[in-house]
Ligand binder design. Structure first.
Ligand SMILES: [Mn+2]
Length: 415
């Protein structure tokens, strides 16, 4: 799998920039706290070692001709004592047909490598073996080099998931499913936001997963803050709690939001608001298939949202006018969703939002409505419903279908 990915990357680079290209991707060893492997390095190789630099020579079309070199540092006795061992890279000599070098400094080696090449494709992480970013180093010494960010070439490959990756995402979703059902009974007046967050993250931790991002638990008016940092606020009766959570398992992520009532039933006044968001989400999901753009999915979600806002007299004018003058953005200020994968907001290319989606891409669909203050007899609140969806040739697969979102379903579960 990794060899094929590297081969595809080399092919893309050779097509775009010619074969006199070198690719540098490294793991930043300086982040000891919550170290996480560089997503692209992990995608291409499976490497998770803190000290690791992969150099790909694009003069060879395949990784089989000594095109790959991995540079790393020997683990010292001190490191062994304090940190324990790190990933052993010797296995990659075989699996990737890579050369493996143990070095203490890399500058000289890189300078020696450069002649004969014209393009350097890189990830901008600082790397201890060269003290600065490789891009900095090269632009200072060899300003004639074309420096190209790796994402420009790799995003079109990473955006399409294979079966293994889809299964990884599904497994992460299974953990969130478990966390959702285990913590649902906790959602009632008196509990505090951080307690629910702790309970959700506890379930993930016991399955050897980590939260893919700071779990959002936002109650009442706090939910009007899109990325509310879970606070001490206590849940009150008859209000809503927005949870936006994700599990990262083996470096693959999911991302789910649900909005739940604190008193077992959705407050009557807020039901139409909730239903509006749900309908908007369903309208967008219905349209998912290869060839459709995120922008079109966004557009598809707007009529139900706008109808809801008009119903509460939060917006005036025709649907057409409201879309044109974008006044709906006061209540729905973000995009409909984003791609998902090794990163929660997975790698994208510049015009991704307008581009046609391809089969194999996993996206989120997450419309929301947010009231920053009490308005028209409605309390300040936030509603977001987010599912993870696999784009297929003729439609979609709703990966998060087991996590309920219908009003009746949730009220029955909480009764
Ligand atoms: Mn999301």
């Amino acid at each position: 799998m990794h060899q094929e990915r590297i081969e595809s990357l080399i092919k893309a680079v050779r097509t775009e920039y010619g074969d006199k290209s070198l690719i540098f991707i490294s793991n930043n060893p300086n982040i000891h706290r919550n170290f996480r492997s560089n997503s692209s390095l992990f995608y291409l190789t499976g490497i998770t070692r803190k000290e690791a630099l992969l150099i790909i020579d694009c003069r060879s079309a395949t990784p089989r001709e000594k095109a790959l070199s991995i540079y790393t540092k020997k683990t010292t006795k001190q490191q062994l004592l304090w940190e324990g061992g790190d990933q052993d890279l010797t296995k990659f000599k075989k699996s990737l047909l890579a050369e493996l070098y143990y070095v203490d400094r890399l500058e000289e080696i890189i300078y020696k490598l450069l002649p004969g090449y014209e393009t350097v494709i890189y990830e901008a992480t600082p790397y201890s073996l060269v003290n600065k970013t490789i891009a900095q180093m090269i632009s200072e010494t060899s300003p004639h080099f074309a420096l190209i960010p790796l994402a420009r070439v790799l995003s079109t490959l990473r955006i399409i998931k294979n079966r293994f990756e889809i299964n990884q995402i599904k497994e992460a979703i299974n953990l969130c499913h478990a966390a959702f059902f285990a913590t649902l009974p906790l959602i009632k007046a008196g509990l505090r936001e951080y307690q629910l967050r702790g309970a959700i993250e506890y379930i993930l931790a016991t399955a050897h997963a980590v939260p893919g991002f700071n779990t959002i638990v936002a109650s009442g008016k706090n939910a009007a803050t899109l990325h509310h940092h879970t606070s001490q606020r206590e849940f009150k009766k008859d209000e809503l709690v927005l949870i936006d959570f994700g599990a990262e398992l083996n470096l693959y992520n999911c991302d789910i939001s649900r909005t739940l009532p604190t008193s077992g039933r959705y407050p009557k006044a807020l039901v139409p608001l909730y239903q509006g968001v749900l309908e908007a989400q369903k309208e967008a999901i219905k349209k998912v298939r290869s060839g459709v753009s995120m922008k079109e999915l966004h557009q598809a979600s707007l009529p139900p949202l706008i109808a809801t806002l008009k119903r509460f007299k939060l917006l005036n004018g025709s649907e057409k006018e409201i879309i044109k003058n974008k006044s709906y953005k006061k209540y729905f200020p973000h995009n409909i969703g984003h791609p998902l994968g090794i990163d929660v907001h997975d790698i994208t290319f510049p015009n991704f939002y307008e581009s046609k989606l391809s089969a194999g891409t996993v996206i989120t669909i997450e419309p929301g409505l947010y009231l920053q203050k009490n308005e028209r007899a409605l309390p300040a609140c936030g509603i977001r419903i987010e599912d993870d969806i696999l784009v297929t040739k003729n439609g979609f697969q709703l990966l998060t279908h087991k996590i309920p979102k219908e009003v009746e379903e949730i009220e029955e579960l909480m009764a």
